[in-house]
Design a protein around this ligand. Structure first.
Ligand SMILES: C[S@@+](CC[C@H](N)C(=O)[O-])C[C@H]1O[C@@H](n2cnc3c(N)ncnc32)[C@H](O)[C@@H]1O
Length: 165
């Protein structure tokens, strides 16, 4: 059964759970340089951090949500995955589906990423730093690569040209 949200915009910032495969497709990433220091901000509940770490990179994830307890983050990873999927399913024609295939596969991929994120919180909580753009708590030159997706342009309705200046 397809749920039809009674709103036309997604509302609050969605906390999305993308996989390394999605990040590869978005950023045209190649295999991780084992010595690379990577910052993902905002990471949301993506599994990129744990997956890229398994490939040898040193990855730090930053997002304001990490101020919350791990159990709450695990719950958010699930509920926000479903919120995003319900919305995308309801507004099917606004998306290209060639990467996911269809809404069911989209949900499966995102749920799998959310579960990996949740498991990584248990073993590597230190990778997840509570921080809020535009001011981050890292010294200059802390990272070789900074990834930032689905914040600035996705939420241009509230993060306008003057945001952060
Ligand atoms: C749509 S998710 C993007 C996550 C991931 N990068 C992706 O592409 O799926 C948006 C994230 O931005 C975070 N966020 C909202 N305001 C922020 C800010 N000022 N600084 C950093 N992250 C912020 C939210 O908590 C949320 O997790």
């Amino acid at each position: 059964m397809t749920h039809q949200p009674d709103f036309d915009t997604l509302g609050e910032f969605l906390i999305s759970a993308r996989s390394l495969a999605e990040y590869r497709a978005i950023f045209a990433l190649t295999d991780a340089d084992p010595s690379a220091r990577i910052l993902d901000c905002p990471c949301g509940t993506a599994s990129f951090t744990t997956e890229a770490s398994e490939l040898g990179a040193t990855v730090i994830a930053a997002d304001p949500i990490y101020a919350q307890p791990a159990e709450r983050l695990r719950t958010l990873a699930r509920t926000e995955t479903d919120r995003g999927n319900i919305w995308a399913t309801a507004y099917l024609d606004r998306y290209r589906w060639d990467f996911y295939g269809d809404p069911q596969q989209h949900r499966q991929m995102r749920r799998a990423a959310a579960a990996r994120f949740g498991a990584d919180l248990t073993t590597h909580r230190d990778r997840y730093v509570a921080a809020r753009l535009p001011s981050l708590p890292f010294p200059d030159n802390s990272f070789d690569l900074v990834l930032s997706s689905h914040l600035l342009f996705t939420y241009a309705d509230r993060l306008d040209r003057d945001w952060g200046s």
